[in-house]
Ligand binder design. Structure first.
Ligand SMILES: Cc1cc2nc3c(=O)[nH]c(=O)nc-3n(C[C@H](O)[C@H](O)[C@H](O)COP(=O)(O)OP(=O)(O)OC[C@H]3O[C@@H](n4cnc5c(N)ncnc54)[C@H](O)[C@@H]3O)c2cc1C
Length: 338
């Protein structure tokens, strides 16, 4: 049965754990219920769908309705060539899907282990870690248009997957559709992706998907705050992309050190935002109840659980200004502000 609550604190609906009031929160347990909620003109507008709120910062109260799915289903189809097609409800917890696949010996999602959030948001965000993005394996997405209730399937070629990007993050499509189902293509053939961090050293030769999952989780745990104890939304900023000339200027500032970077195009170099934040001298920066996580300066945390949206915003702007002064690079937040 769908359930609606009015004038609700959203603190527990995001991993940041920051207080703000939503005019309404509505849960649904079936697609029929979702359709009824979309048609119900008495619900405060605008409508915003949340998964686990692990990429969200509420900076103010929300005048509309937050929609949350309680549908968690997963169907697995095996083909004789080893291909596995997984059809998962958008409300399924992504890490539960990663665990389920790794336990069954199915390859594809193991490097995404430990990323908080739901399957639906994994497609919106094109979540990625350790050299793998959800979009590498998504073949299609079913969605409902909020304004019309019309059902539509988006195939992979329509999804515009990029770095933490999909069609659902464009201005024209943001909040226009609610994803109900995501289809993944995976495989039973061993395909370990070992190129990132020191995964190869940790897992050795012939790892299973479960070995990969354990290695990824142990590396993540050593760097990232545990959402169960410390509020955050993971990496707060995107890694900026700059020109080669700009990058050479930064290299010249550090003649005795190797500046980490990835060449991603003829004149495009991606530089880790964490390195820039660290070298700009932001380590240990804090503002009210918000601070930078000591082992990963890309993460802003709700230090003792009493940070406000405005603490985080002020700290965000101080970091952007400091990095810009030092490197002439403007950082952009990955975390969505509401
Ligand atoms: C500790 C920590 C570590 C993290 N590590 C990583 C990482 O390694 N890699 C990475 O990519 N991200 C990472 N993240 C960010 C976050 O986990 C991802 O962005 C995740 O996909 C968000 O999922 P969610 O369900 O919480 O979505 P939410 O934060 O609730 O929503 C994110 C966006 O998706 C939209 N949305 C959610 N569900 C639907 C739906 N069914 N239909 C349409 N739109 C929808 C929302 O409206 C919003 O715009 C991390 C976050 C934390 C807290």
């Amino acid at each position: 049965m769908s359930e609606t609550q009015y004038n609700t604190d959203v603190r527990n609906f995001t991993t940041f754990g920051i207080s703000a009031k939503a005019a309404c929160v509505a849960y649904y347990d079936s697609i029929d219920e979702l359709e009824r909620l979309l048609a119900d003109q008495t619900l405060p507008r605008p409508l915003k769908h949340l998964g686990q709120g692990s990429n969200i910062l509420f900076t103010d109260d929300y005048p509309g309705t937050i929609l949350i799915s309680r549908i968690s289903r997963c169907d697995i189809g095996h083909a004789s060539d080893g291909t596995v097609t997984v059809t998962a409800s958008a409300g399924t917890v992504m890490d539960s899907l990663c665990l389920d696949m790794a336990t069954r010996g199915i390859w594809g999602l193991e490097n995404l282990s430990g990323i908080p959030g739901t399957v639906g948001a994994s497609a919106v965000q094109n979540v990625g870690a350790y050299g793998v993005e959800a979009g590498d394996h998504i073949i299609s997405v079913d969605a409902i248009e909020t304004a019309t209730g019309e059902h539509r399937t988006f195939t992979r070629d329509m999804m515009q997957f990029g770095y933490r990007h999909s069609i659902f993050k464009t201005d024209a499509m943001r909040d226009r559709y609610i994803i109900t189902t995501v289809r993944f293509r995976l495989t039973t053939h061993p395909t370990p992706r070992l190129s990132y961090a020191n995964l190869q050293t940790v897992v050795g030769d012939n790892p299973s998907p479960l070995d990969m999952r354990r290695a990824v989780i142990s590396i993540r745990d050593s760097k990232l705050p545990d959402p169960a104890t410390t509020g955050s939304a993971g990496s707060f900023f995107k890694n900026p992309v700059i020109t080669r000339e700009h990058f050479q200027k930064i290299e010249a500032m550090y003649p005795d050190a190797k500046v980490p970077h990835f060449i991603i195009g003829d004149d495009a170099v991606k530089v880790p935002a964490a390195w820039l934040i660290d070298k700009a001298g932001c380590k240990g920066m804090s503002q009210g109840g918000a601070s930078l996580w000591p082992t990963q300066p890309l993460v802003i945390v709700n230090t003792h659980g009493n940070a406000t949206g405005s603490d985080v915003l002020t700290l965000e702007h101080r970091i952007i200004d400091t990095v810009s002064t030092r490197f002439a690079i403007t950082l952009h937040p990955e975390v969505e502000h509401i």
